[in-house]
Design a protein around this ligand. Structure first.
Ligand SMILES: Cc1cc2nc3c(=O)[nH]c(=O)nc-3n(C[C@H](O)[C@H](O)[C@H](O)COP(=O)(O)OP(=O)(O)OC[C@H]3O[C@@H](n4cnc5c(N)ncnc54)[C@H](O)[C@@H]3O)c2cc1C
Length: 265
């Protein structure tokens, strides 16, 4: 933090796997100072309580994949498994995935569906915030300047259904494909909790669509699923997704809602 106070423009370097593979327009052609986060033991700790899993920002994706299988970590585990190769995942950190400046990376949609909280630290001290505070008013990423992400806290109450998929191909202006993530809980054959998220250059989460479906008795009717698909498609279009990706989002929402009926039995 002392270094960051002196050099607020220094670029935090965790695994370096995104910094080295994305073309960051803001720093194009400019020399930047790098703040190496490697070797800070506090940033690599994994702590578990009855209700939460707390991961240091520099915990690698490989470490996440190696956590006990009985921990309710879907859809994050699936997201981590989709990224790069085993060599990349040994270097790539969860913090670097969340703190990406230009796009919401693969783990972000999963964590948004899991109600994750993040600890940010700057010259003024440390504070815990919901992960949604990293989304600006235009649904794009906003990571505060001269700030470090230090810990990620994930509630471990199990979900009854989860999903995570890539939303089609990589499109213009993107480094990696957008992601669809979903989580749901059921109570007495009704949907009691639901999160449906698409994330890439923008993040789409339509709370009014979720609220329409929460409280509905399962199985949902074909009409309810079709209407949810159309709304999700529309919302993704409005939020800057190209039509092909928006169509995929609608289809994944429909597929998740259809599969939810099986899971709830
Ligand atoms: C072959 C290959 C395939 C890949 N496929 C995917 C993919 O499918 N999906 C995907 O999401 N990513 C992919 N990546 C990119 C990358 O591996 C991941 O996004 C990774 O999680 C980034 O973590 P990192 O530690 O390497 O981040 P870094 O590259 O070190 O940093 C990424 C950004 O976060 C900032 N940052 C890092 N840590 C902190 C912190 N603690 N506090 C504040 N800011 C911080 C950095 O300044 C930088 O802006 C791929 C990379 C490669 C090489």
């Amino acid at each position: 933090m002392a270094v960051l106070k002196r050099r607020p423009d220094a670029v935090p370097w965790a695994g370096g796997t995104l910094i080295q593979t994305s073309s960051d327009d803001r720093n194009a052609g400019r020399q930047v100072s790098v703040l190496d986060l490697g070797g800070i033991p506090e940033l690599t700790t994994v702590n578990r309580s009855d209700r939460y899993l707390e991961l240091g920002a520099c915990v690698t994706l490989a470490t996440i994949l190696g956590l006990p299988k009985n921990l309710a970590l879907e859809p994050l585990r699936e997201a981590a498994g989709l990224i790069g190769t085993a060599t990349v995942r040994n270097l790539a950190t969860l913090g670097g995935n969340i703190a990406a400046r230009d796009s919401f990376m693969t783990c972000f949609s999963a964590l948004a569906c899991m109600d994750a909280a993040i600890e940010l630290r700057d010259a003024g001290g440390a504070r815990w915030l919901g992960i949604h505070t990293l989304i600006d008013g235009d649904n794009k990423p906003q990571f505060p300047a001269a700030t470090l992400l230090t810990r990620i806290r994930i509630p471990t109450a199990p979900w009854d259904a989860t999903a995570l998929h890539r939303l089609g191909q990589v499109h213009r202006g993107e480094c990696y494909a957008s992601t669809f993530a979903a989580t749901a809980r059921f109570e007495k054959e009704t949907i009691s909790e639901l999160r449906l998220v698409a994330a890439g250059r923008h993040l789409v989460r339509d709370r009014s669509l979720e609220l329409t479906l929460i409280g509905k008795r399962l199985p949902l009717s074909a009409r309810e699923i079709e209407s949810a698909q159309a709304t999700a498609h529309e919302r993704a279009r409005e939020n800057g997704f190209d039509d092909r990706t928006a169509v995929h989002f609608g289809q994944y929402v429909a597929a998740f809602l259809a599969s939810v009926q099986e899971e709830s039995r």
